[in-house]
Design a protein around this ligand. Sequence first.
Ligand code: MF3
Ligand code: CO
Length: 256
Amino acid sequence: MITFKKDHELVNMRRAGQIVAEVLMGLKDLVKPGVSTGELDEWVEKYIRDQGAIPSEKGYRVPGIPTPYPNSICASINNEVVHGIPQYERKLKLGDIISIDVMACYNGYHGDAAFSYPVGEISEDRLRLLAVTKNSLDIGIAQARSGNTVGDIGFAIEKYITGQGFGIVRDYTGHGLGRNPHEPPQVPNFGRPGRGVTLKPGMTIAIEPMVMAGREEVVTGSDGWVVLTADGSDAAHFEKTVLITKDGAEIFTPWK
Ligand code: MF3
Ligand code: CO
């Protein structure tokens, strides 16, 4: 069921979103060669709990995966698309790219966002992948207003990404959220104008383009969680939680 949030619910969602945005901006200084994804996870969990919130991903269960998610962030490096499990043995290297996806729950309401970081100086190709994926999120958010549909968001993202010569992840989508980390409607990063659920004020959705430099196919890794590009090409992921209002989208996770 699509839920329309009341003002007191929006207060909590704004706070959850703010915490997630602070985490993602704080990580800019921590992401560097030699740091492990386990250490990044540890920092994020403490930061979220220090704000009186709970890391939503820890213990989260997804249909079809037998094990609960073990950590407070998803940390996906290079050819990993999403759901990379943090590890102390996994250290970032100069030239890597890493996508970090964070959710926090404040007073029963969730915020969800992701950011893809360069690790030091990176190749021109990787720079372009990050820039294009980030732009595609803005292009999607520009369609997020009352009266438009989820198809308008997906179409705008898809048209831009494929026009840049990149591939879109079609097996995973954006989503509604609120009391639950994932609620209807699905918000695919592809679609047709005017199709799908119509957006109305009070709906809160996470828009999250996942983009591949190569072929549009993903595979799941042996831990049952990590999603990788099938051809080994690089991937990037940016995400924000937004509220649909009369005149557009209010950003709940204001990272820059
Ligand atoms: N935060 C992710 C999203 O954007 C969901 C991660 S599920 C987890 O929807 F279990 F891996 F954390
Ligand atoms: Co999400």
